[in-house]
Design a protein around this ligand. Sequence first.
Ligand code: FES
Length: 147
Amino acid sequence: MINRREFVSRACMACLGGGLISAMLSSCQATHYVGGVLEQGGIAVSKSDFTYYKKDKPFTRAFIVVEHDKLEYPIYLYRQSDNEYSALWMKCTHQGSELQASGDHLYCSSHGSEFDKNGAVITGPAEQSLRSFPVSVVDDKILIRLA
Ligand code: FES
């Protein structure tokens, strides 16, 4: 049998734990993969690919990962603002492993290199920045220029 003080203490810890877990889950966003459309000059996605809904409320993803059968590696597309995006080749500059995206940075599971959302090296052994592509935005279309 527990006394009142112990009961309140345990209940508070349970609430804090539940709240913490809930907050962690809501801030933990799964990587969203989008099949891009090959066009003359590049690969296109839609601005709406950054939108997701939770309880009917729209939210905006910080990034998406663009894939296509013709691409050897996917492209990390980071949303700087509504009309400004950065596109990075997800190929590690150390030994060419495919990178994993997590929020505003990319990580290589082979030897631990990390890159920021602009492709700069945060942690080696990689020494060179990631390849980036110019991006243009027209209305709802985002075009990643592959040239
Ligand atoms: S291949 Fe990425 S750190 Fe070595």
